[in-house]
Every structure is written in C-alpha cells, then in structure tokens.
Design a protein around this ligand. Structure first.
Ligand code: GLU
Length: 436
C-alpha cells in the first residue's frame, strides 16, 4: 500500500524542504504546520421531495501570515476535515510561491452534485455561506471555485453574502464569478493558461529529456473539468497532440489525437467523455500508464502512487491538480528520470487571476483579457524562474539535463518550490513579529 494520506502528505513535503530552509528561530515552522482557524458546520436542507437531509461543510483558514485567506470551495461526497486542512496548507504555499498577498484557505460541503437538482445545490450553497457568517469576507477569507463548483456557485455565494452585508461593495468576497457579477476576463481558463505559461518557460530553460517545444508532443490528461479541459485546449493550440482524456466515468484514447470540439459537444450531452466516436475506451488507471510524452493529472489528489508510478511511461508529469503525485511516487518517477512539475506552481494560475479579479472588484475596474494574460504570464515566468533557480542551486554540482540524460536530480522540483515558498513565509513571519 502507498503511504499516502493528506495530513502525512503535508508533513512529508515539509520534512523534505526543512533541510534547505534558511536558519529558523525555534517554533517558527510550527506556525505554518497547523491551521489557524477551522469551522465545521452541519446544516439541514429541505430536498425537492420534501425530505430533510443534513449536510456537513468545512472552511479552514490555514494562515493569515501573508494576507486574507484564499482558496476554493469544493463539493464532493467523501470530503474529510483532514483533506480540507491539507489543501488549505497547499494554498498558503501556492500563494507565497506565486507571490499574491493572500494566505491559504479551503472549504467544501460533503455532497454529490450529480444527484442534486439546481434548486437543492442553491439551497446548500446559500445555507452553507450563511452558516460561515463572518468567517468569510472581502478582507478575511475569499472563496473561489474548486472541484464540482463553478461560476454559478460563486454567484450564489456573492449574493448570499451581499444580502447578509448590505450597503457596501461585496464583490471582492468571492472570485471566479460570472463576468456580469464582476468576474475577471480570463479567470475561466486561468489555471490552464498558467499551467501552459509555466510549462513553456520550463521547457525553454531546462529542455527536459529532450523536449524543446510542445509541438507534436503526445499528451494524456486525467480529468476533464475546468482545469483538464482548459489545459487540453491550450496545449493543443501549442501543437500538442491530446491522445487520452479521462473523467470520473473512465477514459478515451485516440492515437492520432482527439477532436476537442466533438468531445465538448459529446460531453455536454452525455456528461462523460466515455463513448465518443472513433475513440478507444480505457480506464482511468490505463490513462495514467499511457505511452505518451506528457502526463497531466488534473483531477483529484493521490492518483500516481507508489503502486502505479513504476508503470508511468510519460517523460514529464505536470501536476495540474492538487497533490496528484504522492511523495513516494515522486521518488519512483524521479529515479526513472521522469520530471514532475509541482502543483503549487503548475496550478497557481487560478489563484493568480482570482487575485486580479479581487483587485478589479475593489477598484471597480474591468481589465482586458490581454492585460490579464500578460500579467499572468509575467507572474508565472517569475515563479517558474524562482523554482528553477532554487532547484539548480540546491543541486549545484549537477549539470543541466541534456537530451537523453535520464540521471535523477538529487533534489526534486517540489522541494525547490516549497523552499522558495517557505522562505518567503518565514521571513514575513519574522518581519511581522509575534504578537503580543
Ligand atoms: N481552487 C483553486 C485552487 O486550488 C483556485 C483558488 C482561488 O482562486 O482562490 O488553486
């Protein structure tokens, strides 16, 4: 069995980074290991058939070291507090690495969106937000979309909060809203766009295992939600061939590349990618083990584990989802010479454009798409460079990778990314000082 569980995951990743942190005052790191504030609520909802069902929701503010909390709200049947707390910590690291003035938070409600009507989902969202009360707010903790939530959910969140706090500009209380409600141009595709910008920068500087551009590279993507579908489009526009895609129902494969227009039409009618004409049906497990250049897990955590890592055939794994590769799997991949681009960098485009949305809402502005993407590209390049520079300096005596050089690096990119993020957070803590 793999050694993964979310709490342990955070602990393991911190352990790996610890050895490389700047000298610390005793106790400082502990400030970043336990969540600052956690809220658990149970609330009843009258369902469409008039029965009453109780739902459980969580919001965890991991830290406020670097500004208000920021992070998604997800809807999923098997959510646990431990998982939400771990994902909130990841958000703190992500915000520090990409350098936006937020700290980490995460929330969610245990529910299966596939079995709920729109009406029920609206009731769940409104009641959840009212239960959170002032735990969220434009300058305290700002939610956003995550798994199985979208701009419509964010609209309900905004409206509920606005009704509860009339007479002021409440738009910055939540990001990922529809454009009409103050959403930012570019937010919908932002995570995929940021992933593409960081990948291109990485390829430009490192040329991993001989990859010098995305042109004609074969790509398999696990997950076809907001992140997976935007990554598929954007990588295809750069010339990559998307050969495999999966969702929670299973996967599809087409050796010569998938027709994404046909796929989107099919998915909107059938709510799954499985069964698209002229494709071969595969399982989610098969997808991770496909013969391809680049594997992009863009769904849930804990997908590439010590059990299947050995069968991954891609040369590069891009973590577009949160924590899809376990630390022990990362080690197996690294020993095989497979480079893993870390989640806190590769999916930071979403929270970056969320920050731009928040700024636009505070200023009552609407930036153009070109302006948003230009700013996003600059941020992604800066953060990617910081990770690469740290990675190279931690591996100082090791030469840059050349074509066909499969030698593993001693320190992986996850560790380098986390060292950059933690050093920033720890110096902020030091500068702020401990109160009182
Ligand atoms: N849910 C996204 C994430 O995990 C976006 C968070 C945000 O925009 O605040 O990064």
């Amino acid at each position: 069995m793999d050694d993964f569980n979310t709490e342990k995951y955070i602990e393991q990743r911190l352990q790996q980074a610890m050895a490389f942190l700047e000298p610390l005052q005793p106790g400082f790191i502990d400030i970043l290991t336990s969540p600052k504030k956690s809220t658990v609520v149970n609330f009843p909802i009258q369902m469409d058939d008039q029965s009453v069902q109780v739902f459980r929701g969580f919001r965890v503010l991991h830290s406020h070291v670097n500004g208000p909390g920021k992070g998604g709200i997800r809807y999923s049947p098997n959510l646990t507090y431990a998982e939400i707390a771990a994902l909130a910590a990841l958000m703190t690291w992500k915000c520090a690495l990409i350098n936006v003035p937020f700290s980490g938070a995460k929330g969610g409600v245990c529910c299966d969106t596939k079995s709920l009507s729109d009406n029920e989902l609206r009731h769940i969202t409104r009641r959840f937000i009212s239960e959170l009360g002032d735990d969220i707010g434009p300058h305290t903790d700002i939610p956003a979309p995550d798994l199985y939530t979208n701009e419509r959910t964010m609209g309900w969140i905004y409206d509920t909060y606005d009704v509860m706090h009339p007479g002021r500009n409440n738009r910055p209380v939540v990001t990922g809203k529809a454009i009409d409600l103050g959403g930012s141009l570019g937010r919908q595709l932002a995570t995929g766009q940021g992933c593409l910008y960081a990948t291109l920068r990485f390829i430009e500087r490192i040329k991993p295992v001989g990859i010098s551009s995305l042109k004609d590279r074969t790509v398999a993507i696990q997950g076809y939600g907001n992140v997976g579908s935007s990554v598929a489009r954007l990588f295809q526009q750069e010339g990559a061939k998307i050969v495999g895609i999966s969702d929670s129902q299973g996967g599809i494969y087409a050796e010569n590349g998938l027709d994404l227009d046909a796929l989107d039409e099919y998915k909107s009618k059938n709510r799954t990618v499985v069964g698209l004409a002229e494709t071969m049906s595969i399982t989610n497990e098969d997808l991770l083990e496909l013969e391809c250049d680049i594997l992009i897990p863009a769904a849930t955590s804990h997908q590439v584990t010590s059990e299947n890592a050995d069968r991954v055939k891609a040369s590069m794994v891009i973590e577009a989802g949160n924590a899809p590769v376990t630390p022990s799997a990362n080690q197996v991949l690294s020993e095989k010479g497979i480079i893993v681009l870390p989640d806190i960098l590769m999916n930071a485009g979403g929270v970056t454009v969320s920050y731009y949305e928040w700024v636009q809402n505070i200023e009552n502005q609407q930036w153009s798409l070109a302006e948003v993407n230009q700013k996003l590209n600059n941020k992604m390049i800066k953060a990617t460079d910081a990770v690469i520079d740290k990675w190279l300096s931690l591996n100082e005596n090791l030469p840059l990778r050349q074509e066909d050089d499969n030698a593993p690096q001693a320190v992986d990119l996850h560790t380098a990314a986390l060292v950059v993020a933690l050093n920033r957070l720890l110096s902020t803590i030091e500068e702020r000082g401990i109160w009182p």
